[in-house]
Design a protein around this ligand. Structure first.
Ligand code: HAM
Length: 423
């Protein structure tokens, strides 16, 4: 073992688990693409101010969790703690908001928050997110939720719930916040908490201390302040979710960890994960673009936590589907060059193929075949080349079938298509 270890709290994936991780990520991306979202690939670091302005100064993310440093030119740089602010920056910078609306984008990659590491909470973690920008319509809120729900269903997850809320419009929030501030001014708070509450009093709902929780349980609730327009939008969201048969519960005390939310907000919570149970969250953020210097354009999106979704699949005992691994493993007996040429031919036809290299004895090579996780295996030696046929062995059942070398590619392709689309 090397004396070097990965930094504390980062998530990393090596085989075999990395294939499972990749399967989760690709399945989410597939759901996004099915609904017309296009890839945006953004830098993992941005000017610090983008996040302080975009995510909000009252949030834990900005106050305590950002990886911020001066680059060699003395500029303050931050490793992205989330994706939405960067997407807005890119949309504005590339004038995508001047084209056809809504702009529908997805992203996938690493995010960074200096949190206290624990199960399911990492300092470097992975999200796939989508953002739909430029349409203020409850239908697009529901589309966004439906993309996440489709991804979870495609991934075979069952033990999760969707919680939704509405944070209302500007009037809702100004009426509500003034009442909430008044309520909070009557509570005895330490300096730091008072400061946080002054920036965003909603943060107090997030406080884990028992005494604060107790007083906040009696605080006014935002949902009671929804304007008729906001209430109608929220009703529409619920009606459409019902039409689409997406189960949900209304959580009138949900507090998202980022400040930019307006209107619909939601979280997906998995029951098998313990404290870090949020497998994805998102909502509408109608003021964000103008906050960042752009035009008044609405937006809605989500970020799904790939690491936690993988943990959720494992908690539910789900394993990788058969089509995710290798299709064929070739064990050559003294005919290494021919075996490599055959592997290349099969790979060219789309059959995922690997082979044993070097002069392994048959037993050792069969062990490698087992370990490779391939669905099928063939032994290729002088006898097989002379007869022009091989025994195609299905590893799972141990069953062997004689197949001519010339028919091998077609036979494998037929069998592969029987076990589903290739990932
Ligand atoms: P978020 O709720 O902060 O939202 O993060 C989304 C998801 O990322 C969480 O539900 C969780 O699964 C995962 N996640 C967050 N922090 C960690 C961590 N430290 N370790 C492991 N997983 C984590 C956002 O980031 C918003 N940008 C989502 C959004 C997009 N809202 C609108 N558009």
């Amino acid at each position: 073992m090397s004396k070097y270890q990965a930094p504390k709290g980062v998530s990393e994936y090596v085989p075999d688990r990395s294939s499972h991780f990749d399967y989760v990520r690709r399945t989410i991306i597939n759901a996004a693409e099915l609904s017309g979202y296009e890839l945006v690939e953004l830098p993992v670091f941005e000017d610090t101010e983008l996040f302080t302005r975009g995510v909000g100064e009252s949030t834990d993310v900005v106050r305590k969790e950002m990886y911020t440093f001066l680059d060699r030119g003395g500029r303050s740089i931050t490793l992205r703690p989330e994706g939405t602010a960067g997407v807005m920056r890119a949309v504005l910078e590339h004038n995508l908001d001047r084209g056809q609306l809504p702009v529908k984008l997805y992203y996938s990659g690493a995010f960074f928050r200096a949190e206290r590491p624990q199960a399911g909470r990492f300092r470097q973690f992975y999200q796939v997110g989508i953002e739909a920008i430029g349409l203020a319509d409850p239908r697009i809120d529901v589309e966004v939720i439906a993309v996440a729900d489709r991804a979870f269903r495609d991934l075979g997850l069952k033990e999760y719930v969707l919680e939704i809320t509405s944070l209302g419009d500007e009037r809702t929030r100004s009426d509500y916040l003034s009442d909430l501030r008044e309520y909070i001014s009557g509570i005895n708070l330490d300096e730091d908490t008072r400061e946080r509450a002054a920036l965003n009093p909603l943060r107090l709902f997030d406080d884990k201390r028992e005494e604060i929780r107790a007083v906040m349980s009696k605080a006014p609730i935002l949902m009671d302040y929804l304007t008729p327009e906001s209430a109608a939008d929220f009703d529409k969201v619920q009606e459409l979710l019902t039409v689409l048969k997406i189960d949900f519960t209304v959580n009138d005390r949900m507090v998202r960890g980022l400040d930019y939310y307006t209107g619909t907000a939601f979280e997906f919570v998995h029951k098998g994960l313990g404290a870090q149970s949020g497998i994805g969250g998102g909502g509408r953020y109608d003021g964000l673009m103008s906050q960042l210097g752009g035009q008044e354009l609405s937006g809605v999106g989500f970020g799904l936590g790939v690491d936690r979704i993988l943990l959720a699949r494992e908690a539910e005992g789900l394993v990788l589907p058969a089509n995710a691994g290798l299709d064929l493993y070739i064990v050559p007996l003294g005919v290494g060059d021919t075996a490599l040429a055959l592997a290349e031919e099969l790979r060219g036809r789309g059959v995922k193929t690997d082979l044993a290299f070097g002069d392994k004895a048959l037993k050792g090579a069969m062990k490698s075949a087992d370990k490779s996780g391939a669905r099928y295996c063939i032994v290729l030696g002088a006898d097989e080349l002379a007869s022009g046929s091989v025994q195609l062995k299905e590893m799972h059942t141990g069953e062997s079938t004689s197949v001519t070398l010339s028919a091998l590619a077609n036979e494998l392709i037929r069998r592969i298509s029987d076990y589903g689309e290739h990932l």
